[in-house]
Design a protein around this ligand. Structure first.
Ligand code: ARG
Length: 284
């Protein structure tokens, strides 16, 4: 009899969940009134109350996973503030503030920095354009840093100086995957067990060479799953919260020993964001 399970058994390492501390922002003022990425179309209607209930399902998922979830107050007139990942980058209790590319989002930088200050983080005011954890991802002791559309490569140098960690620059080339967290997911960031997933076509050749050499066992996500922002996911090392429509990614995650949890953020996809965009990790 043929075995139903097509995944190779040898490839199922033990995975360990570590409850995370994250910052989120309710989409109370979410809508699409400008276009700063190809997903956004101000002509299409948005449904703020649907955005709220979908976001709430993500929020409750994190609480059920035992996460500590902090909330920043949404500000009227800043419809993209729900994408908290862009509000900064936090390691060692130091928050590197964001400095947004487009004027529409610029006031979010100081708003998030205020929150960090009021909540006991040391704030490093940015000198260079950067969109926080949208473009910076910690994997082991290395910071993977995206550039090409939003964060300036000068911000990568600033990051390296600030945290004294290795920063690896990766260049994004597809406007639909304009932030690193839309093209690459950190599944296990534990030093020595680093594991990621990514969409190869989102990167230029030199960056792809780096990814292949450093992460030979990475999960390669297909275009279909990437097109529902499947990679824009958040992992605690075992549970991986992903877009419910990213079916092949879900199957691959199971094969690698993870527990994928699907959520539907279709409304927030109209702004060009998904699970990870709504989530900023706070590392004290
Ligand atoms: N509309 C927002 C923008 O274009 C979406 C941000 C998505 N955030 C993210 N971390 N990828 O800036």
């Amino acid at each position: 009899m043929i075995h139903e399970d097509a995944e190779p058994r040898v490839q199922r390492p033990e995975r360990t969940a570590t409850a995370r501390s994250v910052l989120m922002c309710r989409p109370e003022h979410f809508t699409v009134v400008y276009r700063i990425n190809p997903w956004m179309d101000p002509q299409l209607p948005t449904d703020t109350s649907l955005a709220m209930s979908q976001w709430d399902a993500l929020y409750r998922t994190y609480l059920e996973l035992g996460f500590d979830v902090q909330l920043i107050d949404p500000i009227e007139g800043l419809p993209d503030m729900v994408y908290a990942a862009n509000g900064g980058f936090v390691i060692d209790n130091i928050a590197y503030g964001a400095s947004f590319t487009y004027p529409e989002r610029q006031p979010e930088g100081p708003a998030y920095m205020d929150w960090f200050r009021r909540n006991g983080f040391e704030v490093a005011e940015p000198e260079h354009i950067n969109e926080g954890e949208g473009d910076f991802l910690l994997v082991g002791d290395t910071i993977l840093a995206g550039t090409g559309f939003r964060s300036a490569s000068d911000s990568h140098l600033e990051l390296g100086r600030l945290y004294g960690r290795e920063v690896v620059s990766l260049t994004l080339i597809d406007p639909s995957f304009y932030h690193l967290d839309t093209a690459l997911a950190v599944l296990d960031g534990t030093p020595g067990r680093e594991h990621i997933a990514y969409l190869p076509s989102a990167f230029d050749e030199p960056s792809l060479g780096i990814l292949r050499a450093r992460y030979p066992d990475a999960i390669i996500v297909n275009d279909e799953d990437a097109s529902v922002l499947g990679l824009n996911s958040f992992s605690d090392g075992y549970n991986v919260v992903i877009a419910s429509r990213a079916l092949d990614f879900e199957r691959q995650l199971r094969g690698h020993g993870y527990n994928p949890i699907g959520v539907d953020l279709s409304e927030l996809l109209l702004g060009g964001g998904g699970v990870k965009c709504c989530t900023l990790e706070l590392r004290r």
